[in-house]
Design a protein around this ligand. Structure first.
Ligand code: FE2
Length: 147
C-alpha cells in the first residue's frame, strides 16, 4: 500500500490524466468539426494540440504505474460547441488550469524526492505554457481585429 504522500500524488496525477485525455478529445473534436476558412487555418493547429495532449496523457499514465498505481482512462465530458471563439476561450481556460495543477504536482514530486518526475512535470508545464501562449495570441489578435 502506497504511503499517504504517494497516494496524494497518485490522486493528483490521475486528475491530470483525465484533464489531458479530455483536452485531447476536445482538440480532436474541434479540429474535426470546423468548416470554412477555419478548417484550413486553425484546424491543423488544433489537431497538433490533440497529438500533444495524447503524449501528455501517455506520460501521466506511465507515471501512475511507475508509482504503483493503476491509471483510469476516463475523461470528463467535452464541450460540443462549434463556435470557434467559444472553443478557443474554453481551451485557454483549460490550459491555464492544467498549468496551475502541474505546478502543484511539481511541488508534491519535489517533497517526495522524485526529482526525475519533477523535471518531467516541469517540461509538461513548458509545453502547456507554449499552448497557452499560442491561444492567447490568436485570441488577442481577434479582440483587436486586423491591423
Ligand atoms: Fe497537456
Amino acid at each position: 500500500m502506497a504511503d499517504r504522500k504517494t497516494q496524494k500524488l497518485l490522486e493528483g496525477l490521475q486528475q491530470d490524466l483525465e484533464r489531458e485525455l479530455s483536452a485531447m478529445l476536445q482538440y480532436l473534436y474541434q479540429s474535426s468539426v470546423l468548416l470554412g476558412p477555419s478548417a484550413v487555418s486553425i484546424a491543423p493547429f488544433l489537431k497538433h494540440e490533440a497529438d500533444e495532449e495524447l503524449q501528455h496523457a501517455a506520460f501521466l499514465s506511465d507515471q501512475i504505474v511507475n508509482l504503483g498505481g493503476l491509471p483510469k482512462l476516463t475523461a470528463p465530458k467535452i464541450s460540443e460547441t462549434r463556435d470557434l471563439r467559444q472553443m478557443l476561450d474554453n481551451d485557454l481556460d483549460r490550459e491555464r488550469e492544467c498549468i496551475l495543477e502541474f505546478r502543484e504536482r511539481v511541488k508534491q514530486a519535489e517533497i517526495m524526492g522524485e526529482l526525475g518526475l519533477k523535471i518531467q512535470l516541469e517540461r509538461l508545464i513548458e509545453e502547456e505554457t507554449q499552448q497557452m501562449r499560442s491561444l492567447e495570441r490568436i485570441l488577442r489578435g481577434w479582440a483587436t481585429g486586423p491591423s
